[in-house]
Write a protein that binds this ligand. Structure first.
Ligand code: G4P
Length: 534
């Protein structure tokens, strides 16, 4: 098959949601409809339950599961679907943000009772940064929830995206009768059934079809009014606006009851984008470019503490990846070949000979990769936009066993390469400040340093509010600022200076005193800066 046909066959996406909205359930149902698994319950939730925050065995188990479910690929109606899993636990949010750089679109799951929640907002901010196309699935319609119009208003006002319903619910909770599919003009009647995958579909000529009254009785007139309102209020669905991340089509359903899932999947394969061109620091790379390129967006290390092997997840962006061929890691200037590149088909792993743009493969690695590394056939380009976000909690790593200093150095370096946390070095004394988005990470790091590197360490809380990367229109002013704030300046893993602001107030005063300096809370600024420089 030609490269172009392989590309057009692929849909690589992530499912995102606030924990408990139904991401795992929906993932499982998509696999079920896709024939990739035979029964419900086969996909284990990779979320760490709240009660298990200190249960390290649980964390280890979850790490195992999350490798197995990192990519779930299956074929559906001649389309190759790659679902990239995103951790549900908020303390692992940064992992999710990075995974979002490797997808071409997302499905956002919202609980109809809770509406837009905290984590939904953050995840959508990341999607908005790169105009990722979004389809919204409003879940749990079998339970009492908010009015659908209110939900749509909330999505538009809080997530800064226009919406267009493509299906509309008839009732909700105990009165839920099904959905009217406006995209395909049919009625999908609801039967509470968690195992059945067939659907009860009635074709409808148009909204005035008397079949509606036969099927849903008095609700038919309410539906007609609602549809009229929708047609008046919302713009027609425009595929181009969806593809540019400006308009989100909305579906209603109940993942647990397999309801509305097939519509979602069928529409998804029709409208979701196949791999598109991607930005590098030099030029845009088209997926049809015959030369292979890709980037590492996730690393899982030391799954088996006896072997220091890691799996690096590579997203292919152009050309064809081949087993046993030498590729060039632009970031560390090394040539590497891979004898066991792995693909993930639902629950099975297998060694592959080739892979195409949109695919994600696992590469066994003995410590050569860092998150964000670009692999090519030799060209010196680097994919952009694997951002670091300012951590929210900062602690200093204190070595408890001077005999194991080397192990500690290596351990913290590798764990931060893996993206578990961010490392900032402060002078004098090379102090290691570790930043994370959640407390759980510190427990994981301490545990893993001890078990995987035999290094004993503890953390001392640091009162920092944000880590800010800096750019300036006036280099002298920047130098002056760095000198004055010397004790709050640290170096990140790429050698950039970072200002560790102690409070929001002090950050604001720094901004007021130095208007020439821009303080960035994501490392994304580098990309923007380079774009401006071009
Ligand atoms: P997450 O990955 O987004 O965190 O959510 P998950 O799929 O684990 O779903 C969270 C809870 O919501 C689960 O219940 C799940 O069964 C339930 N759920 C998902 N979809 C629907 C739906 O359409 N209707 C209803 N009524 N419930 C739904 P749980 O009790 O927390 O877990 P479990 O014991 O059922 O696994």
């Amino acid at each position: 098959m030609s490269l172009e046909r392989e590309i057009k066959k692929r849909r690589t996406f992530g499912i995102i949601s606030h924990p408990d909205a139904g991401k795992t359930t929906l993932t499982e149902k998509l696999l079920l409809f896709g024939g990739a698994i035979q029964s419900a319950g086969a996909v284990k939730s990779n979320k760490i339950k709240k009660t298990a925050t200190s249960d390290f065995m649980e964390i280890e188990k979850q790490r195992g599961i999350s490798v197995a479910t990192s990519v779930m690929a299956f074929n559906y109606k001649n389309v190759k679907i790659n679902i990239l899993d995103t951790p549900g636990h908020k303390d692992f949010a940064e992992d999710t943000y990075r995974t979002l750089t490797a997808v071409d679109s997302v499905i956002l799951v919202i609980d109809c009772a809770n509406g837009v929640e905290a984590q939904t907002k953050r995840l959508m901010e990341v999607c908005r940064m790169r105009n990722t196309p979004v389809i919204v699935f409003i879940n749990k319609m079998d339970r009492e929830g908010q009015d659908p119009f209110d939900l749509l208003d909330e999505i538009e006002s809080t997530l800064d995206i226009k919406v267009r319903p493509l299906s509309w619910p008839i009732g909700i909770g105990s009165t839920f009768k099904g959905v009217y599919n406006m995209y395909e003009s049919h009625l999908n009647l609801f039967n509470s059934n968690k195992t059945k995958v067939e659907r009860d579909i009635v074709s409808i000529a148009d909204i005035n079809d008397p079949k509606l009254d036969e099927c849903i009785g008095n609700d038919a007139d309410i539906l007609r009014e609602n549809i009229e309102l929708i047609e008046g209020v919302y713009d027609q669905f425009d595929e181009e606006k969806y593809k540019s991340g400006k308009l989100a089509p909305v579906f209603f359903g109940s993942a647990l009851n397999n309801f509305g899932v097939q519509e979602l999947l069928d529409t998804f394969i029709n409208i979701a984008p196949f791999p598109r061109s991607r930005e590098t620091n030099i030029r845009n790379i088209e997926p049809t470019d015959p030369k292979f390129s890709g980037f590492i967006f996730k690393i899982h290390a030391n799954l088996d503490p006896k072997h220091r092997d890691r799996i690096a997840f590579l997203r292919i962006c152009s050309g064809k990846f081949e087993r046993n061929k030498f590729y060039y890691n632009v970031t560390n200037d090394k040539k590497l070949k891979f004898s066991n590149p792995t693909s993930f088909m639902a629950q099975d792993k297998s060694v592959i000979d080739e892979a195409f743009p949109g695919d994600v493969i696992g590469l066994y690695d003995s410590g050569n990769f860092k998150i964000g590394d670009t692999l090519t056939e030799g060209e010196k380009i680097e994919f952009q936009g694997i951002p670091s976000f300012s951590p929210e909690i900062f602690k200093e790593l204190i070595n408890k066993d001077p005999m194991k200093t080397k192990q500690l150095e290596k351990g913290i370096q590798q764990l931060t390469d893996e993206g578990v946390a961010q490392l900032f070095i402060q002078q004098p004394g090379n102090r290691k400040i570790v930043g994370t988005v959640g407390e759980l990470q510190f427990e994981v790091i301490q545990y893993r340093l001890q078990h995987e590197y035999s290094a004993s360490a503890e953390f001392q809380a640091k009162n920092f509010h944000k880590a800010c990367w800096m750019t300036s229109t006036d280099e002298n002013k920047l130098e002056d600022f760095k000198k004055r704030k010397g004790q709050y300046i640290a170096i990140d893993k790429d050698g950039n200076d970072v200002f560790l602001a102690q409070t929001a107030f002090l950050l604001q005063s720094a901004k007021d005193d130095y208007p020439e300096i821009t303080f960035h809370t994501t490392s994304e600024f580098k990309r923007k800066q380079e774009l401006v420089e071009k």
